[in-house]
Unconditional design. Sequence first.
Lengths: 388, 351
Amino acid sequence: MNESKEPVLRVTDLRTYFPVRSKGLFPKTIGQVKAVDGVSFMVHPGQTLGLVGESGCGKSTTGRSVLRLVEPTSGHIEFDGVDVTNLSHKEMVPIRRKAAMIFQDPYNALNPRHTVGAIISAPFSVQGVTPPGGVRKAVKELMERVGLNPEHYNRYPAEFSGGQRQRIGIARAVALRPRFIVCDEPVSALDVSIQAQVINLLRDLQDEFGIAYLFVAHDLAVVRQISHQVAVMYLGHVMELATREDLYARPLHPYTHALLSAIPIPDPRAQKQREHIMLSGDLPSPAAPPSGCVFHTRCFQAQDICAVEKPEPTEFEPGHQVACHFPIEEFLGTKEIIGPDPGLTPRLGADGSPTGEYEGSNDLIRELGTDYGAGPNTPIDPGPAIWR
Amino acid sequence: MTEISNVQRPFLEVSDLAVQFPTEDGIVHAVDGVSFSIERGQTLAIVGESGSGKSVTAQAVMGLINKRNADVSGQAIFDGEDLVAMSDEGLRKLRGSKMAMIFQDPMSSLHPFYRIGDQLTEAVNAHHKVSKADARERAIEMLHKVGIPLPAKRFDDYPHQFSGGMRQRVMIAMALINSPSLLIADEPTTALDVTVQAQIIELISQLQQEFDTAVILITHDLGIVAEVADEVAVMYGARIVERGSVDDIFYHPQMPYTLGLLASVPRLNEVRSDRLDPIPGNPPSPIRLPAGCVFNPRCAHQDQVADDLCRTVRPALQNVGPAHQVRCHLPATERQAAADLTLSLLGRPGR
């Protein structure tokens, strides 16, 4: 990560609330859905920030708010040093030349009555840009670059498969060589073999044109593949933000731990040896989020303070930020929690450092060797490390 | 539960199942000569990408394909009876009692106008002569079993009052309320978040053990397969291209498509390199399945096969291990070399 460069996107305390209106002839605002509630992050030139979380966590709304496709309620969005939060529709036009979006659903994001050529050339006509050699030539080059046959210029979206449609969407997004693209679940509608092709394409375009991505996805494995930094969201809040290496190897937030352990890995022996953190219950409604830390109702680490005081995002170590009263640092690679026990407090040694033991029942904590994914049956040398 | 009458036969044996839909554009070969078997208490995962025929296979086994629109052939012997040849009435007696199905989308599979309690008791009353109170008691007990809090109260709620994960639990309760011995789960967790998915997968395995159910799990997620499957069938282009134990498929895969699938999945536990290894090209159209091997247009190894066999002759499922079969023309040594290369990429010791 290059800290010296100015970020291409700086988001500060972004909030996007949607009003809840009463029914009837004269609707009144009776509440708010806090879809995004105080989110801050930066995206650096040519890099990818992955934004992960479960449905309803506000990750897509964040992506849309950043491009002002949804109006943010408060906060600041700086694009290349320019505060775009309050720019008018007209003033946004030159900004939109440098920032684009790729949508999740390749079936609904393309106008079925426009030809592929018309779809990909739309950014040129909207922005009044004439590329050298003409629009048609530029579009054909783009089609070739994203792996489409330029001879299909006059075909309609319905004639293409899901993966090819996503390539059309990508060609349209990169047409004006933007500095920044919001990718909203760009591969989640695709089959695995096609998904890998599209991930590679996005990666290649990033290397070639130096595009920065805000990559919104629910699949942590996909995000790991493509991101330089990852932010984990839950109910409108960023719970943890770190470099890819740190987040997957040394997660701090209990929610990140739970999320990582909930995903089965395609390796049966390793998978059977992993212990699971089973979160109880479902995601609370963002219209009535829990008090204090929004995760406390499902958290296995939660104590009294968590229901009262909201933990602020704090830098735990350089570049690794976490919003939690009780981050799971002491388990670094050696232990994993296998069940909820809110009453657990670490037993401290004589020098005040954690001993790895716990007051009360020890049944819930197991020594699991040094690899994060290792289990009780893991031999001393389990071969290739499972999590790193 | 009645005892299994036929001991020698597998509990469910599907042989040479084929489903064809005639359409204006031509005949859709949705399932083309699929054979597998499963015993009670076991989990068979059918893996494949969209359009590979995995869901239609399941629907054909359940007798859910309308025979007026489709041509179903082959056999599915379940507990001594052929499900393919069975009358609609016979199937209706079996469905919901001895065999049941869970669908991907819990919202469109529950009736939005009826209370979930009514939908659950209907499932009981359809197969048993019981009093209203008994049916209610059974339904509440089942809701409790699938982990719905305050089941007696929730009994009177409508589907829209439940979250996605809770609705899927209601679906599971409904499917298992008559203790079926065969359960088909068609992408049961695809619509759910990962933390809820983990709960549902755990629930299905628990109930499977309790009722000694045979489970056919249809999924595209290799992680879930690794977690729960005993046997795996990999489908591509309407055919099973490889079949074996979960260890066979993940540690000794043989078919180039299986290898490609394993290599193209991004890893949660490691980043091998900045680039993934996708399978080039696109899956075939079921109307125009390629001649010969269905995978040949995307296969990197067809040059290693003599006489252009891949493009002309349909490979048979051949045994490569005790319960491991593969549909491929590649000679054994070349196949093993391809497998070793992929396994080394995955950081797994091949053997």
